[in-house]
Design a protein around this ligand. Structure first.
Ligand code: URA
Length: 242
């Protein structure tokens, strides 16, 4: 369910503010009935008309993208850099990423035009498990890794407990590779966590998001989520916090 003014704005008919005015002026009907109050929520099945003209609503679509490095998690970039929607030239719907991966981070990113779905997944209480593989500079001590697992103080507060496992290390090159499992999705979180223990991340990839993996995808490729996967993600997003 989405707010009426948001649906009107999303359909490209008017700005959110203008849509609110149209509603208050009695120019919007839902299933034939004039609605003048703001805050009314509508489902994809409701028929909306603005000044007698039916609102064409996009069907919700859902994709998983293997974002390559060197791409912005946005729908446009004023500096002309590559953005994640460039990988969907065949899609007419206005999709956008659920959360973001840094420009230099590769890996799994969900793309959709379903605002509720995206908001629920991104909500801090949704607790979807995200799995990253991070190559870091130097070889962190066990104790440093334990401190990251317990939660470490960053400028926006202490991180929630994380699971971290060393995959390999190269003593001669002084680098190490870790699998990092977190639930939160703060900005540049993994990079900031390792920075906080003095081992900056050199390379970062998101390998898993909940039950979704990159299996079968090469960097730059996307596939549509199955209806069952979409349902599973919805359930995960609305799970009450333990
Ligand atoms: N953590 C980061 O530091 N960067 C990302 O892109 C995702 C998680």
């Amino acid at each position: 369910m989405e707010r009426l003014q948001k649906v009107i704005a999303h359909a490209g008919i008017a700005s959110r503010r203008k849509a609110e005015e149209l509603i208050q002026e009695g120019k919007v009907r839902v299933n034939g009935k004039v609605i003048k109050e703001l805050g009314v929520k509508v489902s994809p099945h409701d028929k909306i008309e603005v000044q007698g003209v039916p609102v064409e609503r996009e069907e919700p679509v859902y994709f998983v993208l293997y974002k390559p490095r060197g791409v912005i998690s946005s729908v446009s970039d004023d500096k002309g850099r590559k953005v994640v929607t460039d990988f969907f030239p065949f899609i007419t719907e206005r999709i956008y990423p659920v959360g973001r991966l840094d420009y230099d981070t590769s890996g799994l990113l969900i793309m959709t035009n379903d605002g509720d779905f995206a908001n629920n997944l991104m909500h801090p209480t949704s607790e979807v498990e995200k799995v990253y593989v991070a190559k870091v500079k130097g070889i962190p001590s066990r104790e440093a890794i334990r401190s990251l697992e317990r939660g470490i103080k960053l400028e926006d507060g202490k991180t929630a407990p994380a699971k971290i496992k060393m995959i390999s290390m190269e003593k001669t090159k002084q680098t190490a590779i870790f699998e990092v499992i977190i639930h939160e999705g703060r900005n540049r979180q993994v990079r900031r966590m390792f920075e906080a223990i003095g081992h900056p991340v050199m390379k970062l990839k998101r390998e898993r998001y909940g039950f979704l993996t990159l299996q079968g995808l090469q960097a730059g490729e996307a596939r549509e989520l199955t209806p069952h996967e979409v349902k599973q993600l919805r359930v995960m997003a609305t799970k009450p916090k333990k």
